[in-house]
Design a protein around this ligand. Structure first.
Ligand SMILES: NC(=O)c1ccc[n+]([C@@H]2O[C@H](COP(=O)([O-])OP(=O)(O)OC[C@H]3O[C@@H](n4cnc5c(N)ncnc54)[C@H](OP(=O)(O)O)[C@@H]3O)[C@@H](O)[C@H]2O)c1
Length: 287
């Protein structure tokens, strides 16, 4: 049985990654969910990385660990560099199996999305720049790699600090008025769909760069309204605003999103519909 080591496994995406047919080692800097057994691994600690990889000898690494707070990366670029770039390099220096790196549509500038794998990159914030440098490390240091770019990764009911969808549900359930940007466009990726894609990439021994997302590019305000409608919450509490009005610390690429044709052609991937994903996520939380 193939051995798969996951970094950042107690994060939002890691929690949805099942990999039932594999011997899985779940690692994270601070395990946050005791549903699984976790091994402590700080990817910025080179000795810890070396010792664990030499001991476990995995066939595949699914590298999810990252500093994902986009404004946090902008405020602390050294930390973002350390985790997203150096941390990735540390793993690659002590590993020669299949390396699967989850990257982001934030490697693009958002002037002309949605983007295909052939489009030119041009990140406009620290998070995007460090993810792109992470990609470059993967191409440089691995002979057997997959870079899977995805966007607006979401789930509901997992208690993760980075979860936009949970925040929307929580605010509306408490009758609070929220302001959401209507000019940031993506095709949001449900963690469960993304987890299945990662499993399929391992199964098919995929190689190279792939883009992942759902079937339609929508703006963040419409995404929030979709969540409100499925949860039968009051969508009139959601006010559409512009990115300029929100004045976030890091600049955001506006017209983003990812074209998934290559994934569809190579692996029979069918992009999911976000509204149906939200319905399915709701049913899961009610079980
Ligand atoms: N979220 C999105 O919208 C999105 C979009 C495109 C791509 N991605 C990529 O998808 C991957 C998974 O994202 P996610 O949404 O699951 O993010 P997440 O919930 O923030 O998970 C990342 C995990 O990595 C951990 N981590 C941070 N520093 C670490 C270190 N030095 N060593 C080991 N683990 C460390 C985090 O722990 P702490 O929470 O304690 O810091 C967290 O558990 C990331 O690579 C991200 O860049 C995400």
């Amino acid at each position: 049985m193939k051995k798969v080591l996951i970094t950042g496994a107690s994060g939002q995406l890691g929690a949805s990654l099942q990999l039932n047919d594999y011997d899985v080692i779940r690692t994270d800097i601070i395990p946050q969910d005791d549903q699984y057994n976790f091994t402590i691994l700080d990817i910025t600690n080179e000795k810890q990385v070396k010792d664990l990889l030499e001991e476990e000898k995995p066939n595949v690494i699914v590298h999810l660990a990252a500093m994902t707070n986009v404004d946090g990366c902008e405020r602390n670029p050294e930390q973002a560099q350390l985790i997203n770039v150096q941390g990735t390099e540390n793993l690659l220096n002590y590993f020669d199996g299949k390396f699967i790196f989850i990257s982001s549509d934030y490697v693009f500038d958002g002037e002309g999305g949605p983007y295909s794998e052939e489009d030119d990159v041009n990140p406009i914030n620290v998070y995007g720049k460090t993810k792109l440098e992470g990609e470059a490390n993967v191409r440089r240091l691995s002979n057997d790699w997959v870079i899977l770019r995805t966007n607006v990764v979401w789930n509901i009911g997992g208690n993760f600090k980075a979860s936009f969808a949970d925040w929307v549900v929580d605010e509306l359930q408490n009758n609070r008025h929220i302001r959401i940007v209507a000019d940031q466009w993506n095709n949001p990726a449900w963690t469960v769909d993304l987890g299945n894609v990662i499993e399929s990439l391992i199964e098919h021994d995929a190689k190279g760069l792939y883009h992942h997302g759902s079937s339609h590019v929508i703006n963040r305000y419409d995404f929030a309204c979709m969540i409100a409608n499925v949860y039968e919450l009051n969508s009139s509490l959601i006010e559409p605003i512009t990115t300029k009005e929100l004045n976030q610390t890091a600049q955001r690429p506006l017209k983003c999103g990812l074209i998934t044709k290559k994934l569809e052609n190579d692996f029979n991937f069918t992009p999911s519909k976000t509204e149906l994903d939200i319905k399915a996520a709701k049913i899961r939380t009610e079980l």
